[in-house]
Write a protein that binds this ligand. Structure first.
Ligand SMILES: C[S@@+](CC[C@H](N)C(=O)[O-])C[C@H]1O[C@@H](n2cnc3c(N)ncnc32)[C@H](O)[C@@H]1O
Length: 233
């Protein structure tokens, strides 16, 4: 199975499936909003946020509506999501933008030391291992010293193959994700099988540390999905 942005784009051009996932809280968006809002309250400097694979910017606009946001720049491959995001980011007039494109290219075009927060929520698992490593290195470059990289993603168990993870997750989706219509569940499961490349927690933490980040806090810890905040020293 190979990485295909065209397939990912096709899935997320139909917003309704992922809207139902968020609405059903199957990927713990309610918990993420609470944790990210608490994290933002602890920050003393204005936030200059880069949101990779931002979707419709639901997460950032729900987590940071009261934060001191100096800048917000989102990118997503789905044009339908970007159109919805552009409405949501109106809460930050004149300080926010969202563009359609490949997040790796977008990140590569950003100046070094230009962001205080890079948020990558449920998006890096669409890249293969080497591309993930290159992306994280570029996040390190773009962050200011003291900046934060928040990585939330699909995570396999330490002894679990990709196939094992995908069948465990799609079984649960088929059984429990009842806020989705049967057609939406079929689309979601096909997407996961074709385009998800989850890593283990130890692989993720080791790569991030090798690149130079230090671990700060846990953002999410569940059986399928986890997240951490890392600091650029
Ligand atoms: C599971 S959704 C996550 C959306 C949002 N970040 C959240 O946490 O709810 C994954 C998003 O990443 C986007 N995406 C996946 N690969 C991408 C890429 N290479 N470049 C830009 N966006 C990408 C998809 O279009 C989709 O909106």
């Amino acid at each position: 199975m190979t990485q295909s942005f065209a397939r990912v784009k096709q899935t997320f051009e139909q917003r309704s499936m992922y809207d139902a996932v968020v609405e059903g809280n199957y990927m713990y968006h309610a918990e993420l909003v609470a944790t990210l809002a608490t994290w933002a309250r602890e920050q003393t400097q204005p936030l200059r946020i880069v949101d990779l694979g931002c979707g419709d910017s639901w997460l950032a606009t729900h987590a940071f509506p009261y934060a001191n946001v100096a800048e917000y720049h989102g990118v997503d491959v789905s044009e339908a999501s970007v159109a919805d995001a552009q409405k949501r980011i109106a809460i930050w007039p004149g300080r926010a933008s969202v563009v359609a494109g490949n997040l790796a290219e977008f990140l590569h075009g950003l100046a070094s030391d230009s962001a205080t927060l890079i948020l990558a929520s449920y998006t890096i698992h669409h890249f293969l291992s080497d591309a993930k490593t290159a992306l994280i290195a570029d996040c390190f470059r773009v962050l200011v010293p003291g900046g934060t990289f928040i990585w939330i993603d699909a995570v396999r168990h330490e002894d679990e193959s990709r196939e094992g993870y995908l069948s465990r997750l799609t079984n649960e989706m088929d059984r429990d994700w009842t806020a989705l219509t049967p057609d939406q569940r079929a689309v979601a499961c096909t997407h996961v099988r074709e385009s998800d490349f989850p890593e283990t927690r130890s692989w993720m933490i080791q790569r991030v540390k090798e690149i130079g980040f230090s671990a700060t806090s846990t953002i999410l810890e569940t059986d399928f999905f986890q997240g951490w905040a890392f600091t650029k020293p």
